[in-house]
Design a binder for this molecule. Structure first.
Ligand code: 5GW
Ligand code: MN
Length: 299
């Protein structure tokens, strides 16, 4: 006993990994039943992560839609992203907008970071945007993003970064746990429950409820995800069905059938409407700003 204890102690002093063991979270789930890590503050060492990724010199593509009045969110989104998102890495933003002239031109971007503007039509119906987002991302991956980046993240624009989102978030297929539903059981998740929809998930199935505000991964994986969701959105449209939470419902279907290799805790997709309250949230990294939905969604 005594000897063993000493071995453990000296090992702890020598190894950073062993020290991390001390910090591992016990108040939340940190690994899925299929052995994908769930990233929470305290489950990784930011310096070790940064060091580990440095030599790969990775490029991360980041898509964000700013159509119509949503262009007003872009400045704060980009400004906060430059402060906290994949700092020290190459980041290529792809801003999809109907108003290229209104994209803030005075943003100063870090070394290795670029902003590309892609013009899209102004959609008449708001349903159109959720229908077209997956398609436009799929096409952009096929046309140029696939050669320009190793990983891709797809983000909502009505968001702001408040804390580090670094390479600890990288993986083959990455999704974030919705900040409103993480204590719910799968039968309570707002999945699409009508079997007529391609996003249908029966009451007895489900792992997590993911929020569509942030998802990402390796290029081929996100290409397949956007292609499948786009096809399903179109099939639904052709029979006059719209899933409960549009592309989020289809994303949840896809991730049930194709398990993500890494999950981001709600630290990575918080909602300002929830306030800072929850004690398991040690650090809000990225969160939805409060918006007047009625005002911003009228043409
Ligand atoms: C407009 C009307 C209804 C719903 C969405 C839109 C809309 C969304 C739009 O007019 N312009 C636009 O650029 N978007 C993009 O879709 C933004 O990137 C936005 O962050 C994303 C998702 O729409 P949200 O943020 O309104 O959805 P929630 O579920 O986060 O509130
Ligand atoms: Mn949003």
């Amino acid at each position: 006993r005594q000897v063993q204890h000493q071995v453990v102690l000296s090992h702890r002093l020598q190894s950073k990994q062993a020290m991390l063991k001390e910090a591992v979270r016990t108040d939340v789930l940190t690994i899925t039943p299929w052995l994908a890590p769930i990233v929470w503050e305290g489950t990784f060492d930011p310096q070790v992560i940064d060091e580990a990724f440095k030599s790969y010199n990775l490029t991360i593509a980041t898509t964000v839609f700013a159509v119509g009045k949503y262009i007003r969110f872009l400045h704060d989104f980009l400004e906060s992203s430059e402060k906290y998102f994949m700092v020290g890495m190459n980041v290529h933003y792809y801003v999809f907008t109907d108003m290229p002239g209104d994209v803030p031109g005075n943003m100063s971007l870090g070394v290795g970071r670029r902003l590309n503007i892609l013009k899209v039509p102004k959609f008449d119906r708001w349903q159109e945007i959720s229908l077209r987002r997956m398609e436009l991302i799929q096409n952009a991956i096929e046309e140029y993003i696939h050669q320009e980046a190793h990983y891709i993240f797809c983000l909502d624009v009505d968001m702001r970064f408040h804390g580090r989102v670094g390479p600890e978030a990288l993986g083959k297929l990455v999704a974030a746990i919705h900040p409103w539903f993480y204590w719910y059981t799968h039968n309570q998740f707002p999945y699409e429950r009508r079997s007529i929809s391609t996003a249908y998930i029966p009451l007895d199935q489900g792992d997590f409820y993911y929020q569509a505000n942030i998802f990402g991964g390796a290029m081929e994986d996100i290409h397949r995800l956007t292609k499948t969701c786009r096809e399903h959105l179109e099939v639904d449209k052709s029979v006059g069905v719209e899933a409960l939470w549009q592309e989020e419902s289809h994303l949840n279907w896809y991730l049930l059938k194709n398990k993500p290799t890494k999950l981001l805790s709600p630290e990575y997709v918080w909602d300002d409407l929830r306030g800072p309250g929850a004690k398991e949230i040690k650090l809000v990294r990225f969160s939805s700003v409060i918006k007047n939905k009625t005002e911003i969604r009228e043409n």
